[in-house]
Design a protein around this ligand. Structure first.
Ligand code: FAD
Ligand code: UDP
Length: 364
């Protein structure tokens, strides 16, 4: 069997590359996927109650890259959803991230934006060299906010405290001296109108051949190719020669409740209570109308599917050994969250693929 391009993984990275090569270069592409569905971790499907759920955890699309938004908009219409999150602190549901509303609700105050700025700056620690995720919060909001909102959530999620995590992790969550309670402030935000799986299937054209239920190692020796695009785990590709990279996983506990609504926001975080990190109510993300509602609780674990690369110095160092092996291979391109061992959001994955396509494949 000969394909000029073979792609491992039918997640967003693999399918974006398959779409670009097949549409722009009019080449046939073989995509090999070990799961029985396309979409990777963005995969969504209807459950027995007819409610659209995200099988691998809640996915909300947001980006400041117009190029990425325009690209995906060729394959889906959007619900113009803007994400808002509550967090359960000391028995109250409070807006997350940290804004004027959060502080006023936490301390039962009625301060203005300027007063909140002063309040938070007074609490903040003067840390000159921000080295890790703990420093990020302490320097913006002080110890009490750190302990109530971040310390224990992070320990549950990553099994380490924020002082061991790269500063980029908690920097994802802003501190704002205003009343903008949205989780994200990106210019483009939304949910694909008919779901992510539908979006992904709209990317597939007649030049793309997809082989599901197949680990690429079982068949790759029987295929001739010029370029391999690999989006699976980088340590698996190299037979773990530098050891197993750590990935954090999740157990998802889905429940359908015989009630129109379960909670007051699509996502509620539980930093200090229970063993799960958050509860998502899908209908509130997708705007689906239904008498019942499905929720999912996320329990972090070390066993199971590899969902999160671990942003610690130790893991980054181990990955760098694999990275130098990747750089030596001219016929193989490593792309995406697992292959680049990077805590990418969906938009960053697509941006990366579009750039690599231009730089290394189309030559334009
Ligand atoms: P993946 O989706 O992991 O796809 C890789 C594919 O390769 C998989 O289908 C896998 O089965 C296949 N594969 C692996 N090994 C092999 C093999 N040996 N042979 C054949 N196939 C193989 N991003 C956002 O922007 N917003 C969010 O709200 C958001 N929420 C998230 C919530 C959770 C719980 C998680 C885990 C991630 C979230 N993300 C979110 C990130 C998003 O899922 C990723 O950015 C995106 O899915 C990465 O796409 P990918 O193609 O790189 O990887
Ligand atoms: N975080 C936290 N408390 C929260 C929300 C997030 O401590 O209420 C920290 C935690 O370390 C988390 C990181 O910020 O892993 C990034 O949060 P995000 O919501 O972006 O995580 P994701 O959706 O990728 O799981």
């Amino acid at each position: 069997m000969y394909f000029k391009y073979v792609i491992i993984g039918a997640g967003l990275a693999g399918l974006t590359m398959a779409e670009r090569i097949s549409s722009e270069l009019n080449e046939k592409v073989l995509v090999i996927e070990k799961r029985d569905n396309i979409g990777g971790n963005c995969y969504d499907c209807y459950n027995d109650e007819g409610i659209l759920i995200h099988k691998y955890g809640p996915h909300i699309f947001h980006t400041n890259h117009k190029e990425v938004w325009d690209y995906l908009s060729k394959f889906t219409k959007w619900n113009y959803y803007q994400h808002r999150v509550l967090t359960y602190i000391d028995g109250n549901y409070i807006q997350m991230p940290i804004t004027t509303e959060t502080i006023n609700k936490l301390y039962n105050l009625n301060l203005s934006n300027d007063q909140i700025e002063k309040f938070l700056k007074d609490q903040s620690l003067d840390i000159k060299d921000i080295k890790n995720s703990e420093d990020v919060v302490l320097s913006k909001a002080g110890k009490e906010i750190y302990e109530k909102f971040f310390k224990n959530y992070t320990k549950k999620q990553w099994d380490v405290y924020p002082d061991e995590l790269d500063k980029s992790v908690i920097s994802r969550i802003p501190v704002r001296y205003n009343r903008d309670t949205r989780y994200f402030t990106d210019k483009y935000q939304g949910m694909p109108k008919h779901g992510y799986t539908k979006l992904c299937s709209n990317m597939i054209n007649s030049n793309i051949h997809i082989l599901l239920n197949t680990d690429y190692k079982d068949i790759i020796d029987s295929i001739e190719y010029e370029t391999l695009i690999y989006t699976g785990q980088v340590d698996y590709y190299f037979n773990y020669k530098y050891g197993h990279l750590k990935y954090r996983s999740l157990n998802f506990d889905f429940e359908t409740v015989d009630s129109d609504s379960y909670q007051d926001a699509s996502v509620v975080n539980y930093p200090n209570d229970y063993d799960f990190t958050r509860i998502t109510e899908f209908k509130k993300l997708t705007d689906q109308k239904c008498n019942k509602t499905t929720i999912v609780r996320e329990y972090p674990t070390w066993d199971g599917e590899p969902y999160y690369p671990i942003p610690t110095d130790e893991c980054n160092e181990q990955y760098s050994k694999y990275k130098s092996e990747c750089n030596k291979l001219k016929k193989v391109i490593f792309l995406g969250r697992l292959a680049e061992y990077k805590y990418y959001n969906m938009d960053a994955v697509i941006k990366r693929v579009l750039d690599v396509f231009k730089d290394r494949i189309s030559g334009k």
